[in-house]
Design a protein around this ligand. Structure first.
Ligand code: ATP
Ligand code: MN
Length: 468
């Protein structure tokens, strides 16, 4: 078989030139389907570069019967052939094969993706193969585009990417239960005089965990570089089996000096709209596929977000609306409660029918570092609430005053010695600053219209699940 430079299927379908027609091209990919009759076979070939497959036409008289037999769903093949305009619907070009090499066959009896239309639940059990479905191809390409757009947005707006640690010695992040990192012998750990595990003998000479947030370290960066962001994996050991929680997820956390809560909200809204606009411009084939297969409101909803202002509302007013709604909630509402996703979604989907940024939450349900309001009861927190998702962003203005911050950590029982380095930013050249955390998979849930967070990350980590 002649060696010809490989073209991607995306390139051939979307970017072929008039002079390519009639020439011999090469494609490689995985067989999605094969159909035909005793004279001719039509193979739909996909290489993941685009949601569409290219049609390969095989004149059976020109090929070995043994080779033809091995071209089954899931097999990987290498094809040379003439590029021709397609007469079939919806296809711009197809390939009339002149030579075929089988890279890898896939036994029709045992290949799990033999048939179409598997449930998403079933596909989760074969997470090692599900990228080969159109659905996961679409989700993974959108995920890539969003990661790229996030870096682009920040780069274009003068933010620096700060790598914060994954292993943290601080347990004051306060965002949730943590996974311990240790090299001590689990069967027989060294004990100290009080008969507790002696972490002084552990790898780092102290207790360490996987990070639940890069924020505290991001603040250190913002107090030098002004505008920074983190984008990395975060870990939460909560046993929450919901369609919106993972034990390992990715978070984007901008942290900005000289930025008050209003600017923080402006940034969050502009950022989210930019990302959604980016998806609409750059991922439309995949979005159209997902719109057709899973969620016929998807593209309309994405356009709606881009075109409309988010509602900005006080927590207290939000509670009043919920109390007056006459709606029966699983978790009762009163001033001071942490909002559940059912409450958030009521405000967004039923009441305002728009994304909502809720601000000025009670201090008791928020973290120690949030800036206190004059009322002494609420803090300058802001959560962005989205349709179908609930909370997609959580952020705040940070307390920059040393005395007030010390008072808060004492009230909350956080030992000063654990956060001395954080307090130093308030000791030396403190400045007003704000930031937020966007859950990357929550964003991907929203942009793809998928309904379970396990279906927007290649290898989900959830309680009792870390197989692949
Ligand atoms: P929730 O109330 O929805 O559990 P949270 O308030 O605990 O979230 P934050 O600590 O504010 O979350 O984290 C910032 C963002 O990270 C959230 O707005 C959300 O988008 C995302 N996030 C938080 N926890 C998870 C998780 N377990 N899996 C996926 N994303 C998460
Ligand atoms: Mn939050």
């Amino acid at each position: 078989m002649d060696q010809i430079k490989r073209r991607t299927i995306k390139d051939l379908l979307k970017a072929h030139k008039a002079e390519d027609i009639g020439t011999i091209v090469n494609v490689k990919g995985w067989v999605r389907t094969k159909r035909g009759n005793k004279n001719v076979a039509f193979v739909a070939l996909n290489d993941g570069s685009i949601v569409h497959s290219i049609q390969i036409v095989l004149d059976l008289a020109n090929f070995d019967e043994e080779v033809i037999k091995l071209i089954t769903t899931g097999a990987c093949i290498n094809v040379n052939g003439t590029l021709v305009e397609s007469l079939g619907q919806g296809q711009s070009v197809e390939i009339q094969a002149t030579a075929i090499e089988i890279y890898g066959s896939a036994d029709a009896e045992t290949y799990p993706l033999q048939k179409k239309g598997h449930t998403l639940e079933f596909l989760r059990e074969i997470a090692h193969l599900r990228p080969r479905t159109n659905t996961f191809g679409a989700v993974l390409r959108i995920r890539h585009a969003m990661a790229f757009a996030i870096h682009k947005y920040f780069n274009d707006n003068g933010f620096y990417y700060l790598h914060t640690p994954i292993i943290t010695g601080s347990d004051a992040e306060g965002a949730g239960a943590m996974f311990r990192v240790t090299t001590l012998d689990a069967q027989n750990p060294p004990l100290n005089e009080e008969k507790h595990v002696d972490y002084k003998q552990d790898f780092f000479g102290k207790e360490t965990n996987l990070t639940v947030s890069g924020q505290l370290e991001a603040e250190l960066g913002a107090m030098a570089l002004s505008n920074v962001y983190t984008f990395g994996p975060t870990f939460r050991a909560e046993n929450s089996n919901t369609p919106r929680h993972l034990a390992e997820f990715w978070m984007i956390e901008p942290e900005v000096a000289f930025c008050e809560i209003q600017d923080d909200m402006d940034l969050a809204e502009d950022f989210l709209k930019y990302l959604i606009r980016y998806a609409l411009t750059n991922c439309i084939d995949d979005l159209e596929f997902l719109n057709k297969m899973y969620d016929e409101e998807l593209i309309t909803r994405l356009n709606f977000i881009v075109d409309n202002d988010f509602v900005r509302l006080d927590y207290t007013e939000g509670i009043e609306i919920l109390l007056a709604s006459g709606q029966k909630f699983e978790f009762p509402v009163s001033w001071g409660v942490d909002l559940q996703s059912e409450h958030e979604r009521y405000l967004v989907e039923k009441h305002f029918k728009k994304p909502v940024i809720l601000t000025n939450y009670p201090k008791d349900i928020k973290a120690f570092y949030m800036k206190m309001n004059e009322d002494g009861k609420t803090v300058r927190a802001m959560d962005v609430l989205f349709p179908k998702i609930g909370e997609i962003i959580g952020g705040s203005q940070r307390e920059e005053n040393l005395e007030k911050l010390l008072k808060r950590i004492t009230e909350m029982g956080i030992p000063e010695k654990d956060v001395w380095w954080y307090l130093d930013t308030r000791r030396f050249g403190t400045a007003p600053h704000s930031g937020f955390g966007l859950g990357f998979e929550r964003l991907i849930l929203f942009v793809t219209g998928m309904s379970n967070i396990r279906d927007v990350i290649p290898f989900p980590r959830t309680p009792m699940n870390a197989e692949f």
